[in-house]
Design a protein around this ligand. Structure first.
Ligand code: ADP
Ligand code: ADP
Length: 225
């Protein structure tokens, strides 16, 4: 099955007396190992799509499959459990825990999931090494460069081996050279881990280097080329 499949998803918000139909029957599938750019003007529903796909918001209609599993009818605690295991988030700002080392930031989500400390530590070390920051394990976020911080955030997002990686402008806060470098390691990680990735970005250069590009138009996910 796809890593992620949105089927006829609707999402609307009430603002005062107005109803905003943001998603109006959106269909969207992402395959394992695939990296899809989500490119759309502000206010068209990128965050809404990522939040619905990430089980942070429930759609008003339609279904969200993570792997083969439908999620809309699951209760909140089951959705939270699924989110912790099967979905990784990366944001424009790293949101790392400042008092913890790079290694600990990547170990923690695994402990929360219930993994053994030693297994979690080894996996975190392997991931950070793969991402090119194996010599920075003991550093706290403030002691790392912006690119290094974002790599730790990426490692944390995939620490539990999710099926789906959702990223909102993950390199938007970095200078172009660093953004490029971080993006390269992100692609390598997606290919190696077979995670299905959706990356919202305004950077068309980066978007062109992904497997395909989609946009949101009139509440529908459209292929861009
Ligand atoms: P994007 O990420 O593409 O900028 P969003 O998904 O954040 O767009 O928002 C799409 C539209 O929905 C915007 O007009 C926004 O104001 C509105 N919106 C988003 N979340 C809410 C909410 N919780 N309540 C009301 N309106 C919302
Ligand atoms: P934006 O839409 O501006 O990028 P954020 O990415 O900071 O905003 O977060 C969007 C929403 O998702 C927030 O309401 C936040 O509480 C929630 N959120 C972010 N990450 C997680 C997570 N890992 N688990 C649960 N909720 C999250």
């Amino acid at each position: 099955p796809p890593a992620l499949f949105l089927s006829r998803v609707e999402r609307r918000y009430i603002q005062g007396t107005a109803t905003l139909d943001i998603l109006r029957g959106a269909d969207f599938a992402v395959w394992p190992g695939e990296i899809v750019a989500l490119v759309a003007p502000s206010g068209t529903g990128k965050s809404t799509l990522l939040h619905v796909a990430g089980l942070l918001e429930r759609p008003d209609a339609g279904e969200v499959y993570i792997g083969a599993r439908p999620t809309v009818e699951l209760d909140d605690s089951e959705r939270t459990r699924l989110r912790r295991v099967d979905i990784g988030f990366v944001y424009q700002f790293h949101h790392l825990l400042p008092e913890f080392s790079a290694l600990e930031n990547v170990v923690l989500p695994q402990l929360i999931r219930g993994l053994d400390r030693k297994v979690a530590g080894q996996r975190a070390t392997d991931l950070l090494t793969f991402l090119g920051i194996g010599q920075r394990l003991k550093h706290r976020p403030a002691e790392l460069s912006g690119g290094e911080q974002q790599r730790v955030a990426i490692a944390r997002a995939v620490a539990n081996g999710p099926r789906v990686l959702l990223a909102d402008e993950p390199t938007g806060n970095l200078d172009p050279g660093t953004a490029d470098h971080v993006f390269h390691t992100l692609i390598a990680l997606v290919r190696a881990s077979r995670v299905g990735a959706v990356i919202a970005t305004h950077n068309l250069d980066l978007a062109r280097r992904m497997d395909r590009r989609v946009t949101i138009r009139d509440g529908i996910v459209m292929q861009m080329d």
